[in-house]
Structure formats: C-alpha cells, structure tokens
Design a protein around this ligand. Structure first.
Ligand SMILES: [Zn+2]
Length: 278
C-alpha cells in the first residue's frame, strides 16, 4: 500500500513546549516564555492509498497562520511561542493534487486531534468523512473548546465529523480500539495526554505496523525517553500513552511517525522501526 508523508509547511516552537519542564501552570508559562526555539519542524499530513479509498491523516495548517493577528489575543502560547512558515502551495489541497490524487476521492480524513496545526486544511475535503474521537470533540467544540485553546471558530460550517466511541475491547496494550476499514487493517487507538481525546492510527502492513502518531510525542526520542511535552493537558496520561506505544512496539515491529518529527519521512521510507533504549 502506498503511503505518502507530506510536509505542509513548517513550525518552530519553544524548547520548553516540545519538552516540558515544571508542573501545572508553571509548566505552561515555561513553554510560553522560553527564549529558546527549536529549529524548523515539519507539519506532516499522511495519505494512505488504501483499496477502500484514500485515507488522509490530519490536514495541516493554513497559510494564513503566518499573519500576525491570525491567533486571537487569548492564545498567548500560539502568539508568543510558535512561528509558522506555510505558503498557499504548502497546504494539503494543492499538495494532494501535485501527487496526481484528487481530494474528492478521499474516503476518510482521520484527525489525531483538533489542534490548530492539524485542523487547518479541513476545507480542502468537502466530500470526505471526517473521523474524530468523541472525547476530543467534546473538549474542542463550542465556547469551552475555544477556552481550551482550539480555533473552532475557523472550522468550516459544514464540519460534522463521525465521532469515534472506542470499543472496550483491548488491542494489545491499548484498552480499547476502533476499526476504520472493513479489511480491519487500519485501527484507531486512544492515545490521550497531549490532548484528552487524542487518537493514533495503526496500519498493519503484515510484518510491520505503521503508526501515525499525531502529537503523542514530538520525536521518537521523546517517546523512548518518556518525556512529555510542555503544553499537553495531562502529563501522566501522556507518559502512560508512551508506555503503551512502547509495549505495543515490543511485540509488533512499529514505524513511529509523529506529526512534527524531522526524521519521520526517512523512517517511513526505510520502514525503520522504533529503536528501544539500550
Ligand atoms: Zn497538538
């Protein structure tokens, strides 16, 4: 099955955003006011050419995010601690077309979560079925969602995703899961921590699992070293998610693809599985 990893622009965040320090509100303030920025990080979108139809995972950020007043004043984290570099040609719509694929042929768009650097290309898929976990939807929508840091006022009016309720039957170390495809080769698992309803997508390629991991961690190193980011909603849940992913990978060779890991595309090309720490 052909898988495309697409860089839909770049972002820099503070080091204490990518790798958290401190607890509670102090952890968030450390992320906001850290003077040190990361280098440019990719904003990945993934496309699986599945026999049941194209599957897109996340939608990137719009080129408007470069503009100074794109983020409202009540979002200091995004105003102060992140810099975006996205051109109109970087957006997922034009990029899909350059691959020779048609956005109208997309069967599912699975959202790992609804943060603004993942939900910024929803409008490129007017005919697709969007898939979001119910917990993420409940946390991200409405006025409360805006207070929780989501830009839901920018969602297309027609955005009405299918909400996933995970079946309470285990999938390896994950306590629950949901199947996306009829063939059963694409599985959604809850991976909370960075956001309460965060999910990851596992594609069974036979010998190898490809894990589209969203922001469960920013790099494979942060996963293996059990290091939570500085902006997640629940540090303990994020580290518990890391442990589950590592337990899964110990049983099933797994290629780990977070959204903002500069090495992810190379690992996908090489089918390089997670290296456990010595
Ligand atoms: Zn995120």
């Amino acid at each position: 099955m052909k898988i495309h990893g697409i860089e839909t622009g770049r972002v820099k965040v503070t080091e204490r955003w990518r790798e958290g320090e401190g607890k509670g509100i102090k952890r968030l303030l450390n992320a906001v006011f850290d003077k040190n920025m990361t280098g440019w990080l990719p904003i990945h979108v993934w496309i699986i050419e599945h026999p049941e139809g194209l599957i897109v995972i996340d939608t990137g950020v719009p080129s408007d995010a470069n503009k100074p007043r794109y983020f409202p004043p009540y979002m200091p984290l995004l105003q102060r601690a992140a810099i975006f570099d996205v051109s109109p040609e970087d957006e997922i719509g034009p990029q899909i077309q350059r691959l020779g694929l048609n956005p109208d042929d997309v069967r599912w768009v699975v959202m790992t979560h609804l943060h603004q650097d993942h939900d910024g290309g929803l409008h490129h898929f007017p005919n697709a079925e969007f898939v979001v976990s119910r917990d993420e939807w409940n946390f991200a929508s409405g006025f409360k969602g805006r207070m929780n840091g989501y830009l839901n006022q920018r969602w297309p009016r027609s955005f009405s995703p299918t909400l996933v309720d995970f079946q309470k039957t285990p999938f390896g170390p994950f306590a629950s899961h949901a199947k996306l495809t009829h063939a059963g080769d694409v599985t959604l698992v809850p991976t909370p921590g960075h956001s309460p309803g965060h999910l990851s997508v596992l594609l069974n390629e036979g010998d190898t699992t490809i894990m589209f991991a969203g922001d469960t961690s920013y790099t494979e190193r942060h996963l293996v070293q059990l290091m939570a980011d500085g902006v997640g909603t629940d540090i303990a849940a994020e580290i518990e998610t890391h442990r589950k992913i590592l337990a899964y990978a110990a049983e099933n060779p797994t290629v780990y693809l977070p959204s903002h890991d500069p090495d992810a595309l190379q690992r996908l090309a090489d089918r390089a599985i997670i290296k456990m720490q010595e």
